[in-house]
Design a binder for this molecule. Structure first.
Ligand code: MLC
Ligand code: AMP
Length: 502
């Protein structure tokens, strides 16, 4: 039996699933818009609802402006702004135009933005904060750079002849991630990767035109972007965007829009569950959690307080979504479920590392053939996560082979933080670890060796505040006489974490 058949609705066979039939994302979307031009698509507090016909018009117009400004298929366009209708219009217009979107975290400081700009060499950037525009310009040096606001205020032009013409394998996104090692590298996702994942989710989660999603996730990661607007538009459904997350705002938006769906990271779900309004979520048809482990106790608490048996699923920047608990059948706490339609999964025989392949899996990192080669075993992608399979195929994520802390759904790479902190005179060496935390899942903590002490913590954090986005900075710094090391002098991270617990 096809392992993912458990995700299909009654009456649907694996052969009926056509993940790449539309050819590219844009054509999957426009087919929906053509079928019902009056259907509400995207909403924000400023623009209200945009109908499918309006979304078609506006994205065609923005595509025309980008073309007249000289942008051509294959050019990169950096997008870094809070979620809004304008931002989604710019994103959709860019993909319709064959441009390659580089989504960039809005919390990044100049150093972090500069790395992305120097590496991806975008021809244009859409930002909603002036300073970010200046950082992009500074990092692009002599290369021409068009810095735009989310409304893409440029002279109009004719809609380009190449509209919606991208091939399935053409790049659509370059999403930065540190993957298993080293400095952030761009995962190049094709139209086919994004389309296959969005189509798989619409089938597995029974996502239809009747659904209204409230989305408070940022649009610069695959959870917010590749699941939120991509899935919504493939399903011909509707999404109400929120520029940030606050529990009361979510409850209000769910009520106002009579929402059926909410997707969040565990930190969001735990804050929602803690509210005395939690019961208001009972009206949702489906709640989904991902990007970090959902504690089995939280899964149960949500069932009790919000009437929601969440679906937990597992994804990655390089693969979009891989595995999900089933819509029908058991949603098993502590597991991420079964491979999604199109996805093959196996565990490495000696390490139990999770390997995946399928139309959702990227072809490689931007201009990094070595890193690409290292992350594949033939056509199987090495996730860096360690798994275990229940007898009936449900996947549990039991560890990570990569050095990574996931705090509130954001990835923090200890090495990057350590390199910044080590520059402070109160620190000779430092180990950054993730410590279990009720709100963040894992909290970033630095354990330092050197002449400093608690009185230096503010100065170290002030240094970190010039180099690192706020979510990467340690919430706590402690000094120890000696970091635990092995015979070769290498710090033993597991012992550092134990030291903090003890
Ligand atoms: C914000 N802060 C964080 C943080 N988010 N610190 C640690 N971890 C985080 N995740 C900082 C703030 O900058 C602030 O710092 C302080 O913590 C308090 O902020 P807050 O007001 O409590 O945070 P809030 O704005 O409410 O943000 C929490 C959050 C946010 C959970 C809403 O972190 C978030 O949107 N997370 C989602 C991440 C996401 O989209 N991940 C998907 C990755 S894709 P200061 O210094 O200013 O006080 C992926 C693939 C897949 O992984 O499978 O999905
Ligand atoms: P990113 O590189 O930001 O895409 O993060 C991907 C990583 O997030 C994965 O490799 C996992 O380690 C982690 N992740 C995503 N979803 C889950 C989940 N449901 N449970 C545990 N870890 C998850």
């Amino acid at each position: 039996m096809t392992p993912w058949a458990a995700h299909l609705p009654p009456g649907m066979a694996p052969a009926d699933v056509d993940l790449l039939g539309a050819g590219n994302l844009a054509r999957a979307w426009t087919a929906r818009w053509d079928a019902d031009g009056s259907h509400p698509t995207i909403h924000d507090g400023q623009s209200g609802w945009l109908s499918a016909a309006e979304l078609e018009d506006r994205t065609r117009a923005v595509a025309g402006r980008l073309a007249v400004a000289g942008l051509e298929p294959g050019d990169r366009i950096l997008l870094s702004a809070a979620a809004s209708v304008d931002l989604v219009v710019a994103h959709v217009a860019a993909l319709r135009s064959g441009l390659v979107v580089v989504p960039t975290n809005t919390a990044y400081l100049e150093r972090e933005v500069a790395h992305v700009v120097r590496d991806a060499r975008p021809a244009a950037a859409v930002v909603d904060v002036d300073a970010r525009g200046r950082w992009v310009e500074a990092a692009s040096g002599e290369r021409p750079m068009l810095v735009l606001g989310p409304s893409v205020d440029l002279p109009d032009g004719r809609s380009p002849t190449h509209l919606d013409a991208a091939d399935t394998d053409d790049p659509a996104l370059i999403a930065y991630t540190s993957g298993t090692t080293g400095s952030p590298k761009g995962a190049v996702l094709s139209h086919g990767n994004l389309l296959a994942s969005a189509e798989a989710l619409t089938v597995a989660w029974r996502w239809t035109a009747e659904d209204r999603l409230v989305l408070a996730l940022p649009l610069f990661h695959l959870h917010g972007l590749g699941v939120g607007p991509h899935g919504t538009l493939v399903a011909g459904a509707s999404v109400a965007l929120r520029p940030s997350f606050a529990p009361d705002d979510v409850f209000d938006a769910v009520a106002t829009h009579d929402a059926t769906l909410f997707f969040g990271v565990p930190t969001m779900w735990s804050r929602l569950a803690a509210s005395d309004r939690a019961g208001e979520l009972a009206r949702l048809r489906l709640g989904v959690s991902g990007s970090a482990p959902l504690a089995a106790e939280l899964h149960r608490a949500l069932a009790d307080r919000c009437g929601q048996q969440l679906i937990e699923r597992y994804g990655m920047t390089e693969t979009v979504m891989n595995v999900s608990n089933p819509y029908d059948g058991e949603r098993r706490p502590g597991t991420v479920g079964l491979p999604l339609p199109g996805v093959d999964l196996r565990l490495d025989g000696s390490t139990d590392e999770i390997l995946v392949r399928g139309p959702n899996v990227f072809a490689g990192y931007w201009e990094r053939p070595d890193a690409t080669a290292e992350s594949f075993d033939g056509d199987w992608f090495r996730t860096g996560d360690v798994g275990a399979l229940d007898d009936d195929g449900y996947l549990r994520i039991v560890g990570r082979r990569k050095e990574l802390i996931i705090s509130g759904g954001f990835n923090v790479y200890p090495r990057e933080v350590e390199d910044v902190l080590r520059a402070h005179p109160s620190i000779d060496d430092v180990a950054v670890v993730g410590v279990p935390h009720p709100d963040w899942g894992e909290q970033v903590v630095a354990v330092a060796e050197g002449p400093g002490g608690p009185g230096d913590a503010d100065a170290v954090l002030a240094l970190a505040a010039t180099q690192l986005a706020a979510y990467k900075r340690p919430k706590r710094i402690v000094w120890v006489d000696d970091l635990p090391r092995n015979a070769l002098g290498k710090v033993i991270k597991a012992d550092v974490a134990r030291l903090l617990r003890g």
